[in-house]
Design a protein around this ligand. Structure first.
Ligand code: ADP
Ligand code: MG
Ligand code: MG
Length: 869
């Protein structure tokens, strides 16, 4: 191997980064003894050197290429420059990650005006000239950017004029075609180099440059492939699928890439070369029919396909060419497949004893699981669609619907049987009913843990937040997005998995939550060390969570229960109460609601643990803000609107996130927390009487000082004891723990542990408080931070291990110094993030808790974390 070049027999599939995927696999296949036409790979490093400084080509690379060509001539016993025994080559790009069709390939390189005649004498005219005209076309396109279609246009014109097909052209007519092609070069102020070596050099440089062409860049961005890798270039001696009726070319998957069925799936075209199969010039035939046309070749293919699957332990996507009945394999790679096929293939490989269960678990990416439980857009259709804007991928899935700007309109349209997408600057709890009936939710503001994002994930509705390019005017019911103006009722499509918003309708594909997924997740559970719980509080969400395999509920937020119309009125009455009597009236009503809620919730989760968090948000979140609503509320409460309005104003806080909320509110107004625990224990006692034993776990939010926890805990215990007494039952076990969501709480975790039965990290607040970024405003700058590489990830999406993670680690260590066996969980959004889970496992967390729809992926991620320890 020279410094910049590796012959196929020198490389292996392990060297994808240096040789590109195509080159590495050509090397691997060569060493497996498969019929691969000989050749060599110019490394990705050479490409990057060249792209940095073009003189590198002449000063260093050229010498190595010349030597390699000499060697290839010896191997093939052919000549690249002489007139006889022609060596023709293909120049094939190939990056480390496959980028199908994104970069360029040139075939039949080495032909020129002279050599094509020799070639014709050795073979036949129509074939030799077919090769030459193809070379001119590909060379013109790749090296000089002359559109391929212009060549095709010339060909069609000539065919029409001569009234015959290219195959029927005589030598003169073939020459006419070549001349017209060369004329096209001249019209573009370039000439086709006659010297094969010049052709080769120019082609290699062009392939290097194709790394930076627009479509390759866009593809890399779409698939998150780094831009600094470069492409390798493979120089390979040609074999000819266009050399007659016992020749052809094809592409075959060893299993069906859409369904996973274990049956060869693909097509071939007789007497054809390269891209003809996909170009749709003639209709290819299904691979099965090769069995009748060339049975021996077909059998060879089956044998090689089997060898390749066995070797790579995965479904392969194979490109092949047949020259006069002889089969050559030109490419293999792990085939791209749908999520459904990925799962089936992996399970089948286990059943066939080719993979172990552990390998299978490591092979499926948790993102694939998301695609199995949410609809996705048909990939082909997406490429045609008009991209409007990109925001944060807040909740996965894909949906199309008519734009509405208010929750009311969403409900109204929904009642008419229309599908709607709710577009707002940001959502608030009052929008909940509109959000429930929407196919998708889009907000121009807010981050990954904004109200819209959290609620949408909980419901499994697809959602984009922080879509800053949208100027949403809720009053005039319009959106301005660059030059596009959208109004109510217009159709948009939302991809919550990528954060992309498209104009018009895009068809979706739904894959059902099937047996195969259950199977894989059952295996996952066998290897899991961390448990996976759910963040849920409504009975339907709790049910979904349990169906998805949650081992318990890590976070049931009680405030969500106050947002129904009837309830929010009582909550408002309580907040605005003028005297104890009114306060008690409202409190008692709320007690009634909560009691029934907890009863239903406990019943839904049965013997599984459930952590109930006491009221967390600041009071004014429950109050109306626009004048009409205030007026309506005043009427209901029998007050003057101005009075109510004044009270609401008084409750406003300069910085509500840092304000009078969580246990702070619990301490200044203990009656609310007392009502909540009373409701919890009344329902637990009711269930006990029905024969269902529950162990309530109560979580106190936003603690930063041990005295806070002690104070709250003391009055909670009093109330609990009183409740036991009132119900005349023997006390039963329960737990009181705290949420760790402030940096100070992490630092004094050893003290807090003295009086807490359990901890659960609220990573949303903890991230917000550690960085000092508001999670609702991060959308304003996170994209710019990512572009400038100040931050690689949104810390609300994937745990910031170096900062927030270090605080969590410290807290875990300190807590366990006080209480070795204390149960510690994570209940923020990053609990469900597959990239954060390995860290939680490493620092000794017991469970993660996430929204119900993220549970399947989290179960897999948890198993992967244990398996790859
Ligand atoms: P892509 O990465 O776009 O698939 P390839 O480099 O695989 O591009 O080339 C496309 C097709 O060109 C191959 O599938 C094969 O049919 C044909 N081809 C490439 N090299 C050769 C060769 N040495 N001999 C015959 N056909 C070739
Ligand atoms: Mg290919
Ligand atoms: Mg919090």
């Amino acid at each position: 191997m020279s410094k910049w070049i590796s012959f196929f027999e020198e490389g292996s599939s392990k060297e994808k980064e240096l040789l590109g995927g195509k080159g590495a696999n050509l090397a691997e296949m060569t060493n497996l003894g498969l019929p691969v036409p000989p050749g060599f790979t110019i490394t990705t490093k050479s490409c990057m050197n060249f792209l940095e400084k073009e003189t590198f080509f002449d000063t260093e690379l050229k010498q190595d290429i010349l030597k390699a060509i000499k060697k290839l001539e010896q191997i093939t016993q052919k000549s690249f420059t002489e007139e006889t025994n022609l060596l023709l080559v293909s120049v094939r790009s190939g990056a480390a990650s496959s980028m199908p069709g994104m970069m360029d390939t040139i075939l039949n390189l080495g032909l020129n005006d002279q050599r094509v005649q020799t070639f014709a004498e050795l073979t036949n005219i129509s074939f030799a000239y077919d090769c030459y005209s193809r070379l001119l076309q590909m060379f013109g396109d790749v090296v000089y950017g002359v559109n391929k279609d212009k060549f095709t246009h010339l060909l069609r014109n000539l065919e029409k004029r001569l009234n015959k097909t290219k195959q029927e052209f005589d030598k003169n007519e073939q020459q006419q075609l070549i001349d017209s092609y060369k004329q096209l070069f001249i019209e573009n102020n370039v000439t086709f180099p006659q010297n094969p070596l010049d052709q080769l050099f120019e082609a290699i440089k062009a392939v290097f440059k194709s790394w930076n062409n627009q479509r390759a860049k866009v593809y890399r961005e779409l698939h998150q492939i780094p831009h600094h890798l470069g492409t390798a270039v493979n120089i390979q001696s040609m074999v000819f699928g266009n050399s007659g009726n016992h020749s052809g070319t094809g592409v075959v998957f060893t299993r069906n890439p859409a369904t996973g069925e274990n049956k060869l799936f693909g097509e071939f075209l007789m007497n054809a070369q390269g891209e003809d199969v996909v170009a749709g010039i003639r209709t290819p035939e299904p691979i099965d029919s090769l069995q009748t046309i060339l049975p021996d070749t077909y059998n060879d293919f089956v044998t090689y396909a089997e060898i390749l699957e066995q070797h790579y332990k995965d479904m392969q996507d194979i490109e092949f060419t047949v020259e006069n009945g002889q089969l050559f394999i030109l490419q293999t790679r792990n085939g791209k497949r749908t999520a459904k096929a990925a799962l089936k293939i992996t399970l089948d490989l286990v059943a066939e004893n080719r993979l172990t269960k552990q390998e299978a678990l490591l092979r499926i990416s948790p993102d694939t699981i998301d695609q199995l439980i949410h609809p996705i857009f048909d990939e082909k259709e997406v490429t045609q669609a008009k991209l409007l804007a990109t925001g944060l991928p807040a909740s996965p899935g894909a949906a199309t619907g008519e734009i509405v700007f208010t929750a009311e309109k969403a409900k109204e349209y929904h009642a008419l049987g229309k599908k709607v997408v709710l577009v707002r600057q940001e959502t608030s709890p009052e929008d909940i009913e509109g959000m429930i009936v929407s196919e998708a939710i889009v907000t121009s503001r807010g981050g990954m843990t904004s109200h819209a994002a959290v609620v949408a994930r909980g419901m499994g509705t697809c959602c984009i937040t922080g879509c800053e390019a949208l100027n949403v005017h809720e009053e005039s019911k319009t959106i301005l997005c660059g030059n596009t103006r959208l109004v109510e009722g217009e159709v948009i499509s939302v991809d919550g998995s990528s954060g992309r918003l498209y104009l018009g309708e895009i068809p979706t594909i739904v894959v059902e939550n099937d047996q195969n997924l259950q199977q894989l997740l059952t295996w996952a559970d066998e290897h899991a060390e961390l448990m996976v719980r759910a963040n849920a509080e409504t009975v339907s969400d709790l049910q979904t969570a349990i169906d998805f395999g949650a081992s318990g509920i890590g976070l049931a937020r009680t405030e969500h229960m106050f947002f129904g119309e009837e309830r929010v009125l009582e909550m408002r009455r309580l907040i605005l109460a003028e005297d104890k009597q009114e306060f008690d009236f409202a409190l008692n009503k709320l007690l009634g609601f909560q009691q029934e809620d907890f009863y239903q919730m406990f019943k839904a989760v049965q013997d599984k643990p459930m952590v109930i968090r006491l009221l967390d948000p600041p009071m004014h979140e429950f109050l109306p803000h626009d004048t009409n609503e205030i007026k309506a509320l005043a009427e209901q409460l029998n007050r003057y609107p101005s009075e109510v309005s004044k009270q609401i104003e008084k409750l406003q806080e300069t910085n509500p996130m840092l304000g009078h909320r969580g246990c702070r509110l619990g301490i200044t107004e203990p009656r609310i927390y007392q009502m909540q625990v009373k409701a919890i224990f009344n329902s637990a006692i009711r269930l006990m009487k029905e024969g269902i034993i529950v162990c309530p776990e109560i979580m106190v939010p936003l603690v930063s000082e041990k005295n806070e926890l002690d104070t709250v805990k003391n009055f909670l215990i009093d109330t609990i004891n009183q409740t036991f007494k009132e119900n005349q039952v023997q006390p039963f076990p329960y737990e009181i723990g705290t949420m760790i969501e402030l940096p100070r709480a992490c630092i004094i975790a050893d003290q807090l542990a003295e009086n807490a039965d359990f901890f659960s990290f609220g990573t949303n607040d903890l991230t917000q408080m550690t960085f000092g970024f508001s999670r609702d405003d991060i959308g304003k700058f996170i994209n710019s931070y990512k572009e400038k590489e100040i931050m690689i990830q949104d810390p609300f999406q994937t745990l910031d291990q170096t900062g927030v993670g270090e605080l969590i680690k410290l807290a875990v260590t300190k807590a366990r110094q006080t209480k070795k066996e204390m149960l510690i969980g994570i209940c923020g959004e990053v609990g469900g993030d597959p990239h954060s889970i390995p860290f939680f496992q490493k620092i000794g967390i017991d469970y993660v808790s996430c929204s119900p729809y993220r549970i399947p992926a989290a179960r897999l991620a948890v198993a992967q974390a244990s398996l790859s320890k």
